[in-house]
Ligand binder design. Structure first.
Ligand SMILES: Cc1cc2nc3c(=O)[nH]c(=O)nc-3n(C[C@H](O)[C@H](O)[C@H](O)COP(=O)(O)OP(=O)(O)OC[C@H]3O[C@@H](n4cnc5c(N)ncnc54)[C@H](O)[C@@H]3O)c2cc1C
Length: 395
């Protein structure tokens, strides 16, 4: 894989064609839509704002494009999906998250789709694939983040076996403000280690959706989901009782790797903006780019980006052959998040006061990228995973 600020996919004409179409949509129609609605990263994200993007992205074939043709997708490989995700992030569109279906769409559902019953597909997931409904994923609680097993949300089986009663408080459910239902992971009442996954309609009696915390990126995409003796029919159980963490964390395992191209795309965007700044900003009568110290920073940034990208696509290639690269996924998530943070820090440094000014894109990207050292598993948790698998290999 060669280095390029604008990756070339001519070796894969199908992907190349998709990337060209995607770039045209992101830079053209979607950019125009955002301008017309004065969308900024801090804008409230409403259903009314997103639905036209879901619909249009679906018409163009991007929404759920990774899915098999029978579900309306193009059956992309993980590598091809990653390339599209990277392009979306690198385009700098605020609503980019709604083009392939990350914000409450088919990408949020992820591999859980494969384990759904025909009834669950029809009632919940196919409308998501069609861009008619949206979902969020609710695992984290105030006192259960990295240590998800300490969650307090419980599911009590009804005596007649027809359903469950859920009680608990989930936080940081991304896409909650626009979602119709949540995939909620709960502990089975009376057990220490049995967790199950449920489809919970957010308008069910006993379910409240509250404004969530605003993360440092300033985006308003989080909700708290508060469940108070909320009845969930037995048909809403995903998989079997006890599969909850397998489904929840299995989703996180693949997601861990699939988050990487998005972070790489944001990093690439920052690199482009910084190269541009270095060429055009004049200091003491000459462009910043003439200074060797600036050149060295740019060289380090590009090299880190290339290394992180190369390892990510190597792991994705393994995933495409059917191997789940667990060790490599931990390594990629760790290195991509950590190197992106260092690259963004240098991007801000090279931008000087501009990089510290609210409204400047690099300032936003710095805050956005910083979050990835925590999201989808913190860097420390990745290191725990790497060490565990490494020691197992050695033994
Ligand atoms: C913007 C945003 C969006 C999110 N979206 C979702 C979502 O859609 N759905 C969802 O369910 N959750 C979501 N989350 C939650 C996210 O997954 C958690 O924040 C993350 O798992 C870390 O948990 P925590 O924040 O509680 O940190 P804690 O678990 O409190 O960890 C705090 C610190 O201690 C370290 N630490 C903890 N345990 C260990 C250990 N065993 N070894 C070494 N170090 C350790 C951590 O690495 C971290 O540095 C989101 C969070 C944010 C900020």
């Amino acid at each position: 894989m060669l280095f390029s600020l604008r990756p070339d996919y001519s070796h894969d004409p199908f992907l190349d064609d998709l990337v060209q179409q995607l770039r045209a949509y992101l830079d053209g129609e979607l950019a125009e839509y955002e301008r017309a609605h004065t969308v900024t990263p801090e804008s409230p994200i409403s259903r009314a704002l997103l639905e036209p993007v879901w619909r249009r992205s679906r018409e163009l074939g991007f929404y759920g494009i990774h899915l098999p043709p029978e579900l309306g997708g193009r059956g992309l490989t993980y590598t091809q999906l990653a390339a599209l995700k990277e392009e979306v992030a690198a385009a700098g569109r605020v609503l980019g998250h709604s083009v392939l279906g990350e914000m409450g769409g088919p990408l949020r559902v992820g591999d859980i789709l494969a384990g759904a019953t025909p009834h669950q597909l029809e009632r919940w997931f196919l409308p998501v694939v069609r861009g008619e409904r949206a979902c969020c994923f609710s695992l984290t609680e105030a006192d259960a983040g990295s240590d998800v097993r300490s969650m307090r949300t419980t599911a009590v089986r009804e005596p007649d076996g027809q359903g469950y009663r859920l009680t608990g408080h989930k936080v940081f459910s991304s896409a909650g403000p626009v979602a119709d239902f949540a995939i909620v992971i709960a502990r089975m009442d009376g057990t220490e280690k049995t967790y199950s996954a449920f489809l919970v309609d957010l308008d069910s009696p006993g379910c409240q959706v509250l404004d969530g915390a605003t993360p440092m990126s300033g985006e308003h995409i989080e909700s708290d989901i508060v469940l108070t003796d909320c009845r969930v029919p037995a048909a809403n159980l995903l998989g079997a009782e006890g599969d909850g963490l397998l489904l929840g964390l299995g989703r996180v395992n693949v997601n861990r790797l699939l988050h990487c191209p998005s972070v790489l795309g944001l990093t690439r965007r920052a690199l482009e903006l910084t190269l541009d700044r270095a060429r055009t900003r004049t200091v003491a009568g000459a462009p910043l780019a003439d200074l060797q110290s600036i050149q060295h920073k740019l060289a380090d940034m590009a090299t880190s980006y290339y290394a992180a990208r190369a390892m990510t696509y190597a792991a994705l290639a393994a995933l495409d052959t059917g191997t789940v690269p667990r060790l490599e996924a931990f390594m990629c998530k760790l290195n991509v998040a950590e190197s992106a943070f260092r690259i963004l820090d240098e991007a801000v440094q090279i931008h000087g006061k501009e990089g510290l000014t609210q409204g400047n894109e690099v300032e936003f990207l710095f805050r956005k990228v910083r979050m990835f050292r925590v999201l989808t598993g913190t860097s420390e948790i990745q290191k725990n995973g790497i060490a565990k698998l490494l020691l197992r290999q050695a033994g």
